[in-house]
Design a binder for this molecule. Sequence first.
Ligand SMILES: [Zn+2]
Length: 151
Amino acid sequence: MLTSAPGHNRADTIATVARCLDDDGPLVLLARDGNDDLYHRGPVPGGSIYLIPGLWSTMPPDLLRALRARRRADITGRCDACGAALTLSTGQMAHESDCNVGNDRLRPMLSAWLRRVGRYARGRRLTEDPLDPIDQATPTRQERRDVQQES
Ligand SMILES: [Zn+2]
């Protein structure tokens, strides 16, 4: 959901989101915020802040691939797995129903892992640049369909 900052109208907010997607330069990890990572990119003062899901060493490979793709999509505004793009007027990204990066599939995967490992057995926190190339094993939508048809 798109929420305006104090003193911003809707057009200001949309323009701000668009600037976040256009920002160049390295991402700098500012802090861990609960299960999320807080990054900054751009000039100081100013620039853009990104709150994206964190990664843990005990996450299974399929969950790690989906989360890496989600982190990248949250920053670039485009999902590499299904091609969805951020709609600036809503602040939403409509992933395909079979995309593991979208909330409908990612949240259950994350919840299942959290139930399995509990609060204190997540392993170590991973530090990765969200814009680094995603593991080549990240399945595309077509590859997932092929696997589903084989089974
Ligand atoms: Zn997607």
